[in-house]
Design a protein around this ligand. Sequence first.
Ligand code: BGC
Length: 892
Amino acid sequence: MKKFAPILTMATAITLSLSHTAMATVLTAPTELKVGPLLTDPLGYSEQVPQFSWKLPDDLPGLHQSAYQIVCASTLEKLTTEPDLWDSGWVNSSQSLFVDYEGRPLQSRERLYWRVRYKNSTGIPSEWSDPAALEMSLLERDDWQAQWIFLPEEKPEESPPAPFLRKEFSLKDKPIRTARLYASARGIYEMHVNGVRVGDDYFQPEWTDYTRRSLFVTYDVTNLLHPKTNAIGSILGEMWYAGKMGYASANNLYGDTPQLLAQLEVTYADGERQVIVTDESWKAARGPITFANIYDGERYDARLEFGSWSSPGFDDSAWEKVTAAPIEADIILSPRPNQPVRAIMEIRPKSVKQIGPGAYIFDIGQNMVGWARIKVPGARDHTYTLRFAEMLQDDGSLYTANYRTAESTDTYTCRGDAIEVWEPRLTFHGFRYVELSGVPDGLEPTEDWVTAVVLHNEMPPTGSFKSSHSMLNQLQSNIQWGQRGNFLAVPTDCPQRDERLGWTGDAQVFVSTANYNFDTLAFFVKWCADMRDSQHSSGSIPFFIPSFVGYEARTSTAWGDAAVIVPWEVYQSFGYRRILEDNYRMMCEWVRHYEEHEETKDYIHSGFTFGDWLQPYTTHKSGTFGDTDTALIGTAYFARCADLLARSAAVLGKDDDARRYRELFQNIRTAFQNRFFDDDGRVTTTIETQTSYLLAIGFDLIDDQLKEKALQHLVRHIEDVASGHLRTGFVGTPLIAPVLSNQGRVDLAYDILFRTTYPGWFYSIEQGATTMWERWNSYSKEEGFGAVSMNSFNHYAYGAIGEWLYETVAGMSLVEPGYKRIRFNPAPGGPLTMAEARLETPYGTASSRWERIGDHLLLHVTVPPNTTGEVVLHDAVQILDPGGHTFTLPAN
Ligand code: BGC
């Protein structure tokens, strides 16, 4: 939702402070060199045409790029002397993002070093940047000699102990230049070389639709190898592949037992390459991880530890032989394109309280996702049990009913050391509270017995929002924690109960907000590939991505539309055109699905939808689907997708397609208006809902004069029917504040946002929320817990308001993709006296801060280098150069 309403309309004197680029003969070098979807020095990169991005220094006000030069070489030495792969020469262009490589095609394993320099608008060149690098992964199927290996298991009822796998091998006694480990699993692996864990990532290689694709990861293991005898090992987890997953009753969704595929390539200094692969020469055994799956937790018996099982010399004579199977021809193996899941931060509990004999509850103070590391006194054979919860019951015990069948319980049996430290690795939990039971009599645990470890995909934090209002700041924090908790391999609906699926509807409403808070580009690149993999031949997009057996053809409007909306919004936020190129076919197919659907008649689509999911006070018999007419939602989203597809086609230069989809949009729009609205701008469906008006206005589906009338009905509904509150679910909620503010009623948007009564954002904050909740009343002090069948305390969908905080409250929004042109147009309102947002755009730092000081408003904005700013003053747009600018305005 972009906003163009002028806000700062008071007559005023404007102070403009802008210093000009100092005269220099050579400018400061570019920084933050990135490859592809903004990756730093990627290892295991696969795009045949790499793209290069860089930032211009932000300490030279007014800096625009007029030309760039990129050089690429096969070695670091050649980069400065004779760049042998590509020299772009000086190219007159302001483009500093996603510049295509034009050298010769790169081969598997090939390394490329690059650097870049630029000229400013007066032609002064910069220093060369520091060098950056990329290394290609295995690009061809023929590169693979490894086989899938596993311990056979036939549809086990309960998760069996996790397999440990190992192999010893000899290297030649000569210097090694590099060693790379390429690893994949169906399920997840933890790789070891010579007794050392490889990498610092978890849950690799992350979830895909294994019937179509598996990812693999490249590691630099050069420093882990020894001369002569070496060992390699792996621990496998079922996770998304073979364990309990999907829903409570579903076991072994994709396969019966986890599998490993690994290839270690050692290149000696003389160029010789030696390859060690997974095959039937590996051995395996089941050991201390006696049970593990995603929902139920992990059980670890330290008495069963193998010792130095992944080091050379270990006696594996009692270990079994593995079974090996070739890589199937029809399964895609591709390098993981995104940053991995990592342990991002650790939190110390705020308090610990005894809850029963030997049982203590640790309060982490923040609902989060990851696991608990324990540091406990060990006594051989003694077992500690860890249970988790997002909330406590009135009596102080854990509230776990909302986990449904997910047991979410870890156990640890001690080996008998004085102090033992343990954390799981093949499961994760969503929790704020940790219950540790089995504490021996006479011991009093202290806070340092438990450390909470936060896990999610690495995505550099890029955005921040602050204001003078503590509840609004808490809302921003809740939104960001909702994102941290649910960006784990795929964007999930919730991270704690027996679900944790990549629900499409949730992701499409949240994507723009997500893009403000963190650099999500590579994360969504990966998830869009997952969507492509799971798209049904009819063009339909399954409810959740990756999909699994039984759900391939089931879709919902406002959910499957993620196929169009996510690539479009990601393109907007990062300027990454390739996400449109890569997904264009999928986007067209989804629109074809609408066009050819048996429930599309005369442009009105009435196919299945979950509706305005969880709308409060719904009269729908399901209790969850909301009151908004199914066909109105379906047709609105059909139109929205046609509209965004027409725009995408235009970006890609597909003019015929752009015309065709523009016309389709117009036809759907006309049908929508005729079918659902009368001449008075009132919705004609049986039940009048806020969401009907919000979709019509927000998606531009009715004529402008009718919009004004529809707005009056919306306002009447909000004020009279809903006593000044929202009455919206997943579909309507993201639209309410942007639509009201775009239509000149920012005052009402603030009123709704700042209400502390049900339903609304601040209501859950008043009830103690530290994350976004699935329902406005997932819990209340008066009425206790909401309907237990679906009651997540970590569900980001209603966090979609975050975009409005950046764009309207702080007043910073993009005009051109990637923020090449950025607009400042804050809308001070409500009880706020200050609001501030910062965003690390792909070009550099942007910020907008306003503050009421006496009868003035002080506005300070920062325009990133190599972009153009616009500030809206007195209804007029003033153009700004890169750098900081301050304006003083009378406040009304
Ligand atoms: C999920 C939602 C999802 C919905 C579909 C729920 O179980 O948690 O977030 O979008 O199903 O209606």
